[in-house]
Design a protein around this ligand. Structure first.
Ligand SMILES: Cc1cc2nc3c(=O)[nH]c(=O)nc-3n(C[C@H](O)[C@H](O)[C@H](O)COP(=O)(O)OP(=O)(O)OC[C@H]3O[C@@H](n4cnc5c(N)ncnc54)[C@H](O)[C@@H]3O)c2cc1C
Length: 598
């Protein structure tokens, strides 16, 4: 696989201009952040991505991690890379300075995570989950727990994991069975968790597991789930590490992709009365606490989609510029090509590259905008913060699901651009497609995100929050209409937005009392809305680019062309999604379950 080069100019443009991160710097707690500082941090993060993480991506895929005597051995080279990662202070980027963090906006962490995930998703998953665990402890744990664990997690000396899933409890966490029994100042946990990312490794001396379990006698369902901290090694009062807790990895899964990331079956309390765990916050509030971590992780998984799409795009451009096949018809902008030429000159290859590029840039804008709204939302208690948080929560399921769904298309197109060589592992295009496959599944499948979006984020408030977002879309449309060159894209976006409003009104009328209709419609509604919102962000990019085009004609003209391509080739998909939503009430389009079973 060709090495990764972070698209820094594009990343800075989206952060600064499209997501308007400058609004975050106006908050007192981020007063020391500014565009120059952030650009220099991202430049260093980019060097780390291509210099340290990128070269380990293929070996992680080929060799992966393995388990020896209940201890997971990560891919050789990962531990050294992790050491450099923490020496660079990268785990501390968005963390609270009280525990040694740098206190930078989360949006910077998101942009950095894009680069690290693009370079080596398997590696990046470890600090990504650690970050979520830090956030959950910071927000909900007692001072004692925070004092014991946070500083070491922020410095990266200890990693963190997220233990939700059990064999009978995946999307449905109400079915969790892991038990917690009170025992003095702590609890004893017993049960088995599956699919735990970086559940064990040798890169750090301790691993802090955040575990969902049910205290004996707790109510059934989600109201009876509590959150516990379960360290791999117990921590003495002095801060020294004590005995090995009764938590072990039983096996490492063989999977389609992310082979360098150990996905572990974890046993708690298999060899004793239970693994020692400490309650976070109040009993039975675990799931709501875990949502702090899940929101973080969901947005980050959306960013993984962006990252892999971008890597696939870069790889495809590089291959298409080298591979010579046949004589392309001469397109206006490529006049002069009259003999056999690299496939990048073939209109259909260009179409694929433009599709990859526009979907990638659109999903990046969507994720970064969500991150900036989280930063604004977590910044204070004023009305502006509340509005921003509501906006971030509205966008999170779309950022997660839309960006990862399109990453399936983009990474698959990456294989297609390579022709037969794409199907051969040695080019690396296939690894990106395999790695991307998990992103629509973990941290809540696309189906779960779609239910969240349609039910909790749109229908519950009668689409008030969505209407607020569409006010901003209309303001961009007004600006676009001031430019002759953008009249066509403005008109296309306006039609799609009107259709989004109409289908939303229809759903409010029909869907509230018909859960089968809303569940059937959910995926298409999310994808349609995601296409419209991404279209808006690309039109916004084009409006900004029109004003700046003389500063850097190549860059800004490309942005305008990419937006025009998206509105012509991708935005029309929203109409198909909405047509499918409208037919979701037609029960006779679905076979009864028994008919599938023969
Ligand atoms: C590589 C990998 C790493 C992972 N890492 C972690 C981790 O670190 N920690 C952790 O706790 N878990 C982790 N997971 C688990 C992951 O989050 C779950 O696999 C995921 O939530 C889906 O659960 P499930 O596999 O049980 O699928 P199921 O819940 O059985 O879903 C199967 C299908 O049914 C659909 N479905 C289920 N319920 C509904 C519904 N209510 N409405 C609509 N559709 C529905 C789903 O969308 C899906 O298409 C990981 C999984 C993998 C494969």
């Amino acid at each position: 696989m060709s090495n990764y080069t972070a698209p820094l100019k594009e990343i800075n443009f989206v952060l600064n201009e499209v997501a308007d991160i400058g609004r975050v710097y106006n908050q007192a707690r981020f007063a020391e952040s500014n565009a120059e500082l952030i650009a220099s941090i991202l430049e260093e993060g980019a060097k780390f991505a291509s210099g340290v993480l990128g070269p380990l991506n293929t070996v992680g895929d080929l060799i992966g991690s393995k388990i020896v005597d209940k201890h997971v051995r990560e891919t050789s080279g990962f531990a050294e890379a992790y050491q450099k990662f923490i020496e660079g202070g990268w785990t501390a980027l968005p963390c609270d300075p009280e525990y040694g963090g740098m206190g930078l906006p989360e949006s910077i962490g998101i942009a950095a995570m894009e680069m690290w995930s693009a370079a080596n998703l398997s590696f990046a998953l470890c600090p990504m989950l650690g970050q979520g665990a830090i956030e959950a402890l910071q927000s909900h744990a007692s001072d004692e727990l925070r004092d014991t664990y946070l500083a070491k997690m922020v410095s990266g000396e200890w990693t963190g994991t997220m233990n939700l899933t059990e064999s009978q409890a995946g999307s449905d966490l109400a079915s969790i069975r892991t038990r917690a029994v009170p025992d003095g100042d702590h609890f004893l946990l017993s049960g088995t968790k599956i699919f735990i990312t970086w559940g064990d490794h040798q890169m750090t001396e301790n691993i802090i597991h955040l575990v969902l379990a049910r205290v004996e006698g707790a109510p059934e369902g989600v109201r009876g789930i509590s959150l516990f901290v379960v360290p791999k090694f117990l921590v003495e009062e002095s801060g020294e590490l004590g005995a090995h807790n009764d938590v072990y990895a039983l096996s490492v899964e063989h999977k389609i992709g992310i082979h360098g990331s150990p996905t572990c079956v974890m046993s708690y309390g298999e060899n004793s009365a239970g693994a020692v765990g400490f309650l976070v916050g109040e009993e039975n509030m675990g799931l709501s606490y875990m949502f702090t971590m899940m929101n973080h992780a969901r947005l980050n998984v959306g960013v993984e989609g962006v990252a892999l799409s971008d890597r696939a795009y870069q790889q495809a451009v590089s291959y298409a510029s080298d591979r010579v096949q046949g004589k392309p018809p001469v397109a206006n902008q490529d006049a002069g090509i009259t003999k056999n030429a690299p496939i990048i000159y073939h209109p259909d290859v260009k179409r694929m590259l433009m599709l990859m590029r526009s979907l990638t840039e659109g999903s990046r804008a969507l994720c970064y905008l969500t991150a900036v709204n989280f930063d604004l939302g977590h910044g204070g208690s004023d009305e502006g913060a509340e509005t921003a948080l509501a906006r971030a929560e509205l966008l999170t399921p779309i950022a997660k699901a839309w960006s990862t769904e399109v990453s399936q298309e983009v990474t698959s197109l990456g294989v297609q651009v390579h022709g037969g060589m794409g199907y051969i592992e040695e080019t690396g295009a296939a690894q990106l497609m395999r790695d991307a496959r998990i992103t629509t599944i973990y941290e809540g499948t696309t189906g779960i995100q779609a239910n969240d979006f349609i039910g909790r984020k749109v229908l519950r408030d009668g689409a008030t929050e969505l209407a607020g977002l569409l006010v901003d879309v209309r303001s961009t449309l007004d600006s676009a209409k001031e430019h002759e060159a953008l009249l066509t894209v403005a008109s296309a976006l306006e039609s799609s937005i009107v259709e989004l409003e109409q289908i939303t009104d229809w759903l409010i009328m029909r869907g509230k009392k018909d859960p089968v209709l809303t569940s059937t419609a959910a995926f298409n509604y999310l994808m349609g809305a995601g296409t419209c919102i991404t279209g808006w962000l690309l039109v916004k990019s084009a409006v900004i680019s029109m004003k700046k085009v003389n500063e850097d004609p190549d860059f800004y003209t490309s942005k305008i062309t990419t937006c025009r391509f998206f509105t012509a080739h991708v935005l029309p998909r929203s109409a198909s999604y909405f047509a499918a939503v409208r037919s979701s009430g037609e029960a006779d389009l679905m076979l009864p379950a028994s008919a599938f079973l023969g």
